[in-house]
Write a protein that binds this ligand. Structure first.
Ligand code: 15L
Length: 285
């Protein structure tokens, strides 16, 4: 007996889920990096973690220093984008800051250019504009286009990083979203952070928007949650598709009871960079 021929399939094949986009995550062992390793894969990213030290729980991570150009080039090979969190994230000796956040950043961008990676999400910082007066109640939020007013060598290196990103876009067509991150940690811990907090979940939303937006050239955004007391204009972040969901106000009562208001005339009272403008936390030697 002849086998009955199969009826032609009239159903279209179900759409395949899109391939996860490969993203190099530098600084993967740090505070923000640890949150992003946990949260970004849910948005469809296959992360390649990199850090100068071994990454706990990620034996596959690339262990490489930003001084190692060959290792960086190999690390960026084949990825769709880089989320660059590596470098020094507090105040430190000028030479150390330059090695990690200036020279190291240029090494990263060279590797990106050489390997044809299209986009970088650069962890800039609010400390690039830290000496800007903090907006008072009823005043407009600080625009992205405000002049750089770094509060530390660290903030100065982030201001440089934004210019480096602009240069690599104008000269080489490498796209960047420079994110002036506020205070990205599980919960706000000070009165200032009621304005500057970026919840880890909102940080992942913002990085996803920065990675997924169709064309960004070089775009600078502030990174904070939808805080009732926010200081920064989130317009350029929202234009990328960022829709923050958290608000530090949920912690306000507890924090104000514990800390009271900032002393009038203190750095925390006057400037968006807070303590960084007077007595910055420093990298342990
Ligand atoms: C930063 O840029 C630091 O890396 C981080 O440790 C926080 O201090 C944050 O800014 C902040 O402004 O709270």
């Amino acid at each position: 007996m002849q086998p009955t021929p199969l009826a032609p399939c009239t159903q279209p094949a179900p759409p395949r889920p899109p391939e996860p986009r490969a993203v190099l995550l530098t600084g993967a062992a740090g505070g923000v990096g640890t949150h992003m390793r946990e949260l970004l894969p849910a948005y469809g990213y296959a992360l390649r973690p990199l850090d100068a030290r071994p990454v706990p729980g990620a034996p596959e991570a690339v262990v490489a220093d930003l001084a190692d150009r060959a290792a960086l080039r190999e690390a960026v090979r084949g990825v769709d984008a880089v989320v660059h969190l590596a470098g020094i994230a507090l105040e430190a000796e000028f030479d150390a800051i330059v090695a990690a956040n200036v020279t190291g950043l240029q090494h990263l961008y060279e590797a990106v250019r050489e390997e044809g990676v299209r986009r970088v999400v650069f962890a800039s910082s609010n400390h690039a504009v830290g000496f800007s007066p903090r907006p008072r109640r009823g005043e407009p939020p600080l625009p992205v286009a405000t002049p750089h007013r770094p509060d530390t060598f660290y903030g100065l290196s982030k201001a440089f990083g934004e210019d480096l990103a602009q240069y690599y876009w104008d000269r080489h067509g490498v796209e960047t979203v420079s994110v002036r991150i506020g205070s990205c940690q599980a919960e706000p811990e000070s009165v200032r952070m009621l304005s500057t907090w970026l919840s880890p979940a909102d940080c992942a939303r913002l990085f996803h928007a920065a990675l997924a937006a169709p064309e960004v050239g070089h775009t600078v955004v502030y990174g904070s949650s939808a805080n009732t007391r926010a200081w920064w204009d989130l317009g350029s972040a929202r234009a990328l598709g960022y829709a923050p969901e958290d608000d530090a106000e949920a912690f306000a009562e507890r924090i104000l009871a514990a800390h009271g208001r900032p002393v009038p005339g203190s750095a925390e009272d006057l400037y968006v960079g807070g303590d960084f403008c007077a007595d910055p936390p420093r990298l342990a030697r």
